[in-house]
Each structure stands twice: as C-alpha cells, then as structure tokens.
Design a protein around this ligand. Structure first.
Ligand SMILES: [Zn+2]
Length: 416
C-alpha cells in the first residue's frame, strides 16, 4: 500500500518533550531516577497521559499498569500498530533509555495529527510497567505478562526490598487499570531505543536496524579442591580450586573470541574460600554469562564450556558442580517488520547497519505475540544505565522519522 512520502516529524518538539520528561526525577548529575511505581513514576505517567490526551488519543490502562494511548484508524476494528517502551529508569539512569521509544511514539502521533493523516489501522503508544527490573525483579515483567510469559498473579505479586508488591503500588499511585493484560491481537509492534552500546557511533551510522536479540545462558560453577598451607605444600601436591577457576576464566574468554563478533562470554562474579593470602583456595564459586543471537552457536558454546570445565577439574583433581541456572532463547524479529524499518531508513536516507540487541527489551517479549522490530539510534560512547547517558537531537529525530515510516507501512497494510 502507499502513503504520502513527504511525511516528517517535528524533531525539536520531540527533543523538548524528552527534556521535559527528564525533569521528572532529575538527578544533579543530569540523569534521572524514576523507579517503577514510585510517586515520581506516577508524575511521569501523568505527564505522558496528559500529552496523549492533548494529542487526541484515548488512554487506557491494563491490570499491570501498562498504558495504551490510542489514535483511531479509518478501520478501527483492525489490530493496532503499537509503538512503545518504558518510562521507569535505573536509580542512576539516563534521560533516553526507554523514554525515547515512548516519546518517539507520541511524536509519530503528533506528526500524524499535523499531517492530517488517518491510518487504516489504529495506532497506539504503549508504556510498559517496570521494564528495568531495578525496584521489582525480574525486568520486563509487564510486557512479559502481556506476552503470556508470566501470569498476572506472578506479575502483581513481585515485591520490592521493603515487601511492597507491584499490585499494591499500582493501586496506590492510581494505575491499577481494569483492562485485561494482553490477549488481544496486535498488528505490529515497533520499539525505538538508544543502542546502549558503541557500535553505531563508532561506525558513523545513524540507524541500527535490529534483526535479533541475543540468547543467553547463565551458569553457576563450584570447584572444590583442598585447602592447604601455602608454605609447606609442594606445587605438585595441590588441589587449587582457584587455579581451576582461573583456567575456566581463560577458557570462557577463548570461547567468546572464537565465536566472535557476536558472542559475549563473561565471568563476572567469583567467591574464593577461604580467601586468605597464605591458604591454597579449597573452594571457588563463580558465574558464567554466555550470549549469542544464534541458538545453535549458543549451544556449541555450552558444549565447549562443559568440556573445558570437566577437563580442567580433572587435570587438577577438583570436584566440580556445574549448573545452568537460566536460559533465554535468542529472538529473531519479524522479517516483514524488519523490512518496514529498513525501507523507512532508505526512504529517509539515513546511514544504517543491521544490528543485534545485546540487552533485553520489551520488544523481545512482544515478539512472542506480535510481529515486532526495533529501531536503534546511537548514544554517546555507548554509555547507558548511567546519568551521563547522552545522544543528539539529530539522531533522535532520525530514529523517529524511521519509526514513522515503518508504522505507516504497517498501519496501511491490508488486514489478513
Ligand atoms: Zn530500555
């Protein structure tokens, strides 16, 4: 289907909205602290709802507090094209993580209003509750309930460190909506987001066409050898658990490099027992975090890790306890939605490359129930989850233009 090609967004209006939202929970270092379901989060939500109502949208809230601002389509019975992300932040968060995807969605609606253009399918802007997982674990819990990954009771019963549940806090701030969570058809879901990594900026590209979300495997490993005196014990008679762990750290790094450029392999936590300078370590607990967008390669990495751990333990005479504690399958975004984003980039003439998301996003869960794709823009030095997180008005505008084109492409598509 066709739509007017001379469409544009108002980049300065979008930038101003980002700056206005950044005042809600602003920190002295220029960042934002807007933890999920706090009074500050309510203030941010209220501001978003006011802006959406001023833009003529109908606003509804579901039982997880997810907000949907709807702009009617010519055929309002068609499944909506949803844009969105999150408004909550880390305790020392930045101005753009999540907020950009929400306010870029709002700018698409405002731009459609300016153009006087009615899409065939309705268009919605969504705010997903508690994406960050900072106050309530796990992350992305409410988009997860929407996608059927978690059930509603699980979502509402997530508690913060003081024991207050999401259900209680939603009621307290007035965002315990009545709409059922999910269970309705979605035409397509598009999420614009800052990259949160350094690749686009380093390569001088303005847009990342996100094709995949990395899969993850998390492990916990304990090596047990024998504590012994660091002086009288000859080198050949030692069962040094830390030596084993060190060899695994090296093996993990080699596996990551072998399956580059997309593999990530990290040992980030280690506990040494008894952790005394003149005792040979008798027990070491450590973690491994593997990521790759291709499930078969992630499985190959898994196989190599298991073999390496067994061989290393055997060589030193250690007992090993090896557990995979989490598996998150890689996600390939919908080919047609990715194509709509790529077409949007071509029409707007911005430089781009395909990219894989290293972080989890609401879009990853949405992809289970809706054709989904994401648009990345660069952030300075790849820094995110940090008060100094920064991007530029040009990148912000470019990503929103691409979002507008992708949404128009899908919102005009004929229903199946
Ligand atoms: Zn985010």
């Amino acid at each position: 289907m066709s739509y007017p090609q001379n469409v544009a967004v108002n980049g300065s209006r979008l930038w101003q909205s980002l700056m206005d939202m950044a005042q809600v929970g602003a920190t002295p270092k220029g960042g934002v602290c807007r933890l999920a379901l706090t009074d500050i989060d309510k203030e941010g939500r209220d501001l978003f709802v006011r802006w959406c109502e001023e833009a003529g949208c109908t606003v509804s809230v579901d039982r997880m507090g997810n907000i949907f601002a709807r702009r009617a389509g010519r055929d309002d019975t068609l499944p909506p094209i949803i844009m969105g992300s999150h408004l909550d932040s880390q305790p020392t968060g930045g101005k753009y993580d999540g907020v950009y995807g929400v306010l870029a969605g709002l700018e698409v609606v405002r731009s459609l209003n300016d153009l006087g253009y009615v899409t065939e399918a309705p268009v919605e802007v969504a705010v997903w509750t508690n994406e960050e997982g900072s106050r309530f674990a796990p992350a992305m819990v409410s988009s997860g309930v929407f996608a059927g990954v978690f059930d509603l009771d699980y979502g509402l019963s997530r508690a913060d460190l003081d024991g207050r549940t999401m259900g209680e806090e939603l009621a307290r701030i007035g965002y315990a909506g009545e709409l059922p969570v999910g269970g309705r058809k979605v035409g397509a879901y598009f999420e614009a987001h800052i990259e949160q990594g350094p690749i686009l900026e380093a390569e001088g590209k303005t847009i990342g066409v996100v094709t995949d979300c990395q899969g993850q495997r998390w492990y916990e490993i304990t090596f047990t050898g024998q504590e012994a005196h660091a002086g009288p014990t000859p080198m050949t008679r030692r069962k040094d658990a830390l030596l084993g762990a060190a060899r695994v750290v090296d093996a993990v790094n080699r596996i990551g490099l072998k399956y580059g450029p997309f593999a990530c392999a990290t040992v980030g936590l280690m506990q040494i027992h008894p952790n005394s300078r003149n005792v040979i370590p008798g027990r070491v607990f450590f973690t491994v975090d593997f990521r790759h967008p291709d499930d078969s390669i992630l499985a190959a990495m898994d196989g190599e890790l298991r073999a390496a751990v067994a061989e290393i333990a055997d060589g030193i005479g250690l007992d090993s306890d090896f557990q995979q504690i989490w598996y998150y399958a890689p996600i390939r975004f919908d080919a047609d939605c990715v194509a709509a984003v790529r077409q949007g980039v071509e029409r707007t003439g911005h430089s781009f490359r395909d990219i894989v998301s290293g972080a989890g996003h609401d879009a990853c869960y949405l992809s289970k129930v809706a054709p989904t794709a994401m648009v990345f823009i660069p952030c300075i030095d790849g820094i995110s989850h940090n008060e100094i997180e920064e991007t530029t008005p040009e990148w912000v505008t470019a990503g929103c233009e691409v979002l507008l084109h992708a949404v128009l492409e899908r919102a005009n598509a004929k229903a199946e």
